[in-house]
Design a protein around this ligand. Structure first.
Ligand code: NAP
Length: 475
C-alpha cells in the first residue's frame, strides 16, 4: 500500500506538543508504519483539562461556533481524499468505505452547525397551576461542562466527529482520546478545527495508554460528561466508575435481520451481502444473524452466496477492494476460533472460513447452535450466520435472543409484519427493507440493553451535552 508516514503531535491548549515519546501507527494490512504520534500520559491529560477549563471561561457565541463547524465541513470536503486515505491506511478500511466515511463526517459537521444555530430552551406555562400565577418561566440550554470523549478504531474520523462537533455546537470544550490503533484521523480533524479558527483549549487530543488517560477523565470532577463509543465491557465499567458524571455509551451489537418469504429476495440478498462484510464486518451494526422464512431459505441462500463470493478480498488501498484485513492478527485468530467452535458443534460453513493469504474470506455459517458465540455474541469479523424460521413470532424471538440491542432489520412486503417487527424487536433502531447496517448521521442512533444508553446524531448529542436551566420571573 503506497502511503507516506505521517508524524503528528498532540493538541493541548491550542499548541501542538511533543512529549518525548512516540507511538507507531501500523497498517493492519501489511504492518507498514503509516505514522507516529506523540504519546501522552496522565500529566498531559490534566494539562488538557486545565486548557479546556480555561477555554470555557470565555464562551464562544453560537453564531461563531456554527461558523467554525461550517468551515470544518468545507475544509473536510476539500480534503476528503486525504481523509479517506488516512482512514484506510491506519484502520485497513477499503478505500471505497473510507470515502463514504469521510463524506459522512462532512454531513456530521454540517448538521452540528445547524444544531448550534437552533439551540434553544422552552417556555414553561406558569398559570396552569395556582402557584405559578403571576410568573413567567423559561428554560435555557447551558453547556454541561468539559466533555471527555473516547472513540473506537472502526470509524476513526466520523465517530470522532460525532463527539467533537456536537460538543462545540453545545459550547463545551473537549478532551478527546482516540483509539490507539487509529489516532491519525482524529488528529487530522483537530488540525482542520484549528485551521477553521477554533480558539485554543476547546479541543485537546491525547493519544496514549487508555487506562491512564481514561482514569484522569473518570476521576477529575471537571469532566461533566464522558461520551464513549467502543466495546460493552469497557463502556459499562467506565459508567460504574463515574456515578456522578453523565456517561453516554454507544456499544456493540450482534445484528439480526429477518427475511420473510414475501420479501424481494434479490434486493435483500444484495443489500445483506454488502453489509455483512463491509470493512470485514468491523462495524457495530454489521449484519451478523440472518433469519429466513423456511419457504425461501434455499432460494435466498443461493442468491446471497453468489453476492458474497463475488466480493473482492485484498489490499484496502485498492479502489476495487470490498473486504480487507481485521484490525489485528489476534482479532483474525479470535474470529477463526469462533468459526471452529461453531463447526465443532455441528454448524456448516457454506462459504469462506479460510484465509486468502493473510485475510479471512467472507464466511457464511448455517446451522449454528443458538448458544454458539457466532449466534449470540458480537463477532466483529467477516462472518454471518443464516438460519430458517417458521413463524414471525419465532423469528422475532430469535432476533431478540442476545444481550445486545442496537439495530435490527426486517425484509417484507407486508406492512403489518413490518410494523409488528418494529414494535417487538428490542433494538434502538429497526430498518425495514434496508440492511440494519444503515445509518445516516442525522438519525437518532444508539442502543438498548447492553448496546448502550444514549442516542448520537448532532440533534440528540447536543441535548446530552447541555443542561436545562430553569429561569422563573416574578412579574
Ligand atoms: P474498545 O477496545 O472498547 O476501545 C474503544 C476506546 O476505548 C479506545 O479509544 C480505547 O483505547 C479505549 N479504552 C480501552 N480501555 C479503556 C479504559 N480502561 N478506560 C478508558 N478508555 C479505554 O473498542 P474498539 O475495539 O476500539 O471498538 C470496537 C467496539 O466498538 C465494538 O464492540 C463495536 O461494536 C463498538 N462500536 C460501537 C459503535 C456504536 O455507535 N454503538 C460504533 C462503533 C463501534 P485504546 O485504543 O488505547 O485501547
Amino acid at each position: 500500500m503506497a502511503t507516506t508516514a505521517t508524524e503528528r503531535k498532540l493538541l493541548i491548549g491550542g499548541e501542538w506538543i511533543e512529549t518525548g515519546e512516540w507511538m507507531d501507527v501500523q497498517s493492519p494490512y501489511d504492518g507498514a508504519t503509516v505514522g507516529r504520534v506523540a504519546k501522552a500520559g496522565a500529566t498531559d491529560a490534566r494539562r488538557a483539562l486545565d486548557a479546556a477549563e480555561a477555554a470555557m471561561r470565555e464562551p464562544i457565541p453560537a453564531h461563531e461556533r456554527a461558523a467554525i463547524l461550517d468551515r470544518v465541513a468545507a475544509l473536510l470536503a476539500e480534503r476528503a481524499d486525504e481523509a479517506a486515505r488516512t482512514i484506510s491506511a491506519e484502520a485497513g478500511k477499503p478505500l471505497k468505505a473510507a470515502r463514504v466515511e469521510a463524506a459522512r463526517a462532512v454531513s456530521t459537521y454540517t448538521m452540528a452547525a445547524v444544531e448550534a444555530r437552533k439551540l434553544v430552551g422552552t417556555a414553561v406555562p406558569m398559570d396552569v397551576s395556582q402557584a405559578g400565577v403571576g410568573k413567567l418561566a423559561l428554560t435555557l440550554r447551558t453547556p454541561i461542562g468539559i466533555v471527555g470523549a473516547i472513540s473506537p478504531f472502526n470509524f476513526p474520523l466520523n465517530l470522532v466527529a460525532h463527539k467533537i462537533a456536537p460538543a462545540l455546537a453545545a459550547g463545551c470544550a473537549v478532551v478527546l482520546k482516540p483509539a490507539s490503533q487509529t489516532p491519525l484521523s482524529a488528529l487530522f480533524l483537530a488540525e482542520l478545527e484549528t485551521e477553521a479558527g477554533l480558539p485554543p483549549g476547546w479541543l485537546n487530543v491525547l493519544c496514549g495508554p487508555a487506562s491512564e488517560i481514561g482514569d484522569v477523565l473518570v476521576e477529575d470532577d471537571r469532566v461533566k460528561l464522558i461520551t464513549f463509543t467502543g466495546s460493552s465491557s469497557v463502556g459499562w465499567k467506565l459508567r460504574e466508575r463515574a456515578p456522578r458524571k453523565r456517561v453516554n455509551l454507544e456499544l456493540g451489537n450482534a445484528t439480526p435481520v429477518i427475511v420473510a418469504a414475501d420479501a424481494d429476495l434479490d434486493d435483500a440478498a444484495a443489500r445483506l451481502a454488502a453489509n455483512a462484510f463491509s470493512f470485514a464486518g468491523q462495524s457495530c451494526i454489521s449484519v451478523q444473524r440472518i433469519y429466513v422464512e423456511r419457504g425461501s431459505y434455499d432460494p435466498f441462500i443461493e442468491r446471497f452466496l453468489s453476492h458474497v463470493e463475488a466480493l473482492r478480498v485484498g489490499d484496502p488501498g485498492d479502489e476495487d477492494t470490498d473486504v480487507g484485513p481485521l484490525i489485528a492478527q489476534s482479532e483474525r485468530d479470535r474470529v477463526l476460533s469462533w468459526i471452529e467452535d461453531a463447526k465443532s458443534r455441528g454448524a456448516q460453513v457454506l462459504t469462506g472460513g479460510v484465509l486468502d493469504g493473510e485475510l479471512l474470506r467472507p464466511t457464511v455459517i448455517a446451522e449454528a447452535p443458538l448458544d454458539a458465540k457466532v449466534s449470540c455474541e458480537e463477532i466483529f469479523g467477516p462472518v454471518c450466520t443464516i438460519s430458517p424460521y417458521d413463524t414471525l413470532s419465532e423469528a422475532i424471538k430469535l432476533a431478540n435472543g442476545t444481550r445486545y440491542g442496537l439495530q435490527a432489520g426486517v425484509f417484507t412486503s407486508n406492512v403489518k409484519s413490518a410494523l409488528r417487527a418494529a414494535g417487538e424487536l428490542e433494538f434502538g433502531g429497526v430498518m425495514v427493507n434496508e440492511a440494519p447496517t444503515f445509518r445516516a448521521d442525522q438519525m437518532p442512533y444508539g442502543g438498548v440493553k447492553d448496546s448502550g444508553n444514549t442516542r448520537e446524531g448532532p440533534a440528540y448529542a447536543i441535548r446530552e451535552m447541555t443542561e436545562e436551566r430553569l429561569v422563573v420571573l416574578q412579574l
